[in-house]
Structures are given as C-alpha cells and as structure tokens.
Write a protein that binds this ligand. Structure first.
Ligand SMILES: [Mg+2]
Length: 263
C-alpha cells in the first residue's frame, strides 16, 4: 500500500465514538497516537456532529479519558455553524432552535441572536426543544428567512439500541411546516472541512478525516477533496465496504494501525 498521500497530510480530523473509544472503553493505542502526533509534525482536531453540547463538554470528557485536548483541538458542528455564519452572513439576525450550550457557542462567535425579525433560522440537536421555538422558526422561515442546520443526523444513537431524535428530524418538522429545506453544515457536507480549512489555513487536500462511518466520516472527506481513513473498529463491516459506491482512500483495522503507518 502506498501511504504517501496519508503521510503528507498536515491535519487529522478524528471522529470519536467507534474510532478512539466505544462508549466508555478507550481503544488500545488511541491515546498513544494522539500523544505522538505533534512530534510527527501533525495537527489534530476531534470532530463531532453533535450540536447539543459545547466544545468545553468534549474537552472535559476527552481529558477524563486521558487524551491530550486543548480548546483548539475540538470542533463541533455547532462551532462550524458559528464560523459558517460569520464567513457567509456577517452580522445577520439569527433565530436559534438549539440548546443553551449551542446558544453560548454562537454568542462566542458574536452571532447576532434575536427573537424578532430573524433573517436566518439556525437549527441544532435541540434536546431542550419546546413548541414555542418551532412556532417562531416556522414563522420566520415562511417570511423568507434562510434555513441553516448544524447537523443532518436523523437520530443520535444511545446505549441499549435506543435513539434520540436529532437535528435532521427537527428540521423535517420545520420543512413540513414551512416548505423550506435547510443547508446542513455538519458531516457529510463539505462545509465542515471548508470552514476548518479557512480557520487553520491548511488546504483541504492536506486534511485527513479518520472515522468508522462511511456515510459521514468518509463522505465528508470525499465531498471536500480531503484524504479519508476508514477504521474497522466501529460500525462498518467488510460487507458495507464492498457495497459502497466510493471507497475510502485507506482502510485500517484501527487507530493503532494508523499510528504504525505514520511512524
Ligand atoms: Mg463514529
């Protein structure tokens, strides 16, 4: 296998669940890899589509596991949405359907959050959703507001085969009531990598996405012209790889094998 393209990458974007750990079990070698990346000349970001939590929540969780993690190493679809708004709609009036954590995240990007006369409706994985928010969002969308959503996931997987309705499902309700479809920011949409590229100054083709899901972690890299590494430590089976339309650039057993390749 020719790993030239992989080794040339300057920034690695890591999915977390199924890639670095599963639930509360950290995979062998995952912390070693992350500890070693700076000495290999590689930058890294932990990447998540979850827009219900703030970056600080992930820093706490990752540090609790023993992973190296500072503020610049975490990126959520909520943060990507804040950057996207600043890059594309500076100063616009935004109505948010999202959690308090997402609200604080957007305020940290100086987003102009309003309750009246919104020009943009932003939806996230709102685990604090009440009818009033849906009603207002529908009102603004029907009067011409732009519709932007943090992440397209229909459901958020939970233990014991349970799920939580996620941002995609909330948007489906808003689409049904307003006739408008959102622009999604999170994986697999290339926006997620485009905003990181603009933020870091590293070109898309020097960015590598590492993850266990073909339709999000790998697809975002393919959509953005970045390098992709599928790890077989999570939800993807060999049958799913065979059936896929587009193949990942690299398929590795786990992040420990990625470490051996990069060393
Ligand atoms: Mg995963």
């Amino acid at each position: 296998m020719d790993y030239t393209k992989l080794k040339a990458c300057e920034l690695f974007l890591f999915d977390m669940d199924g890639t670095l750990y599963l639930g509360d079990d950290v995979f062998d070698g995952a912390i070693d890899l992350m500890d070693d990346l700076p000495s290999l000349g590689k930058k890294y970001i932990y990447l998540t589509n979850n827009s219900s939590r703030a970056g600080t929540d992930y820093i706490r969780r990752l540090k609790g596991f023993g992973f190296p993690c500072e503020a610049e190493n975490v990126f959520t679809s909520g943060m990507a949405t804040g950057l996207y708004l600043n890059q594309n709609y500076p100063g616009a009036k935004v109505y948010l359907v999202g959690t308090q954590a997402f609200r604080r995240e957007l305020l940290s990007y100086n987003i102009n959050l309003v309750e009246e006369e919104a020009e943009i409706v932003v939806a996230g994985f709102d685990t604090e959703l009440v009818y009033e928010k849906l009603n207002k969002a529908c009102h603004f969308l029907r009067r011409g507001a732009v519709f932007i959503a943090a992440n397209p996931d229909w459901v958020c997987p939970m233990p014991h085969d349970e799920v939580l309705p996620d941002c995609g499902s909330i948007c489906a309700l808003l689409t049904a009531s307003s006739g408008k479809k959102p622009t999604y920011i999170g994986k697999p949409n290339r926006n997620m990598i485009d905003v990181i590229s603009k933020m870091t100054g590293i070109a898309n083709e020097k960015i590598c996405a590492v993850g266990d899901r073909l339709y999000t972690d790998i697809a975002v890299a393919q959509n953005a012209g970045s390098v992709s590494v599928l790890v077989m430590s999570g939800e993807t089976t060999q049958e799913m790889v065979t059936a896929a339309d587009r193949q990942p650039d690299y398929i590795l057993a786990d992040v420990r094998e990625l470490h051996s390749v990069l060393k």
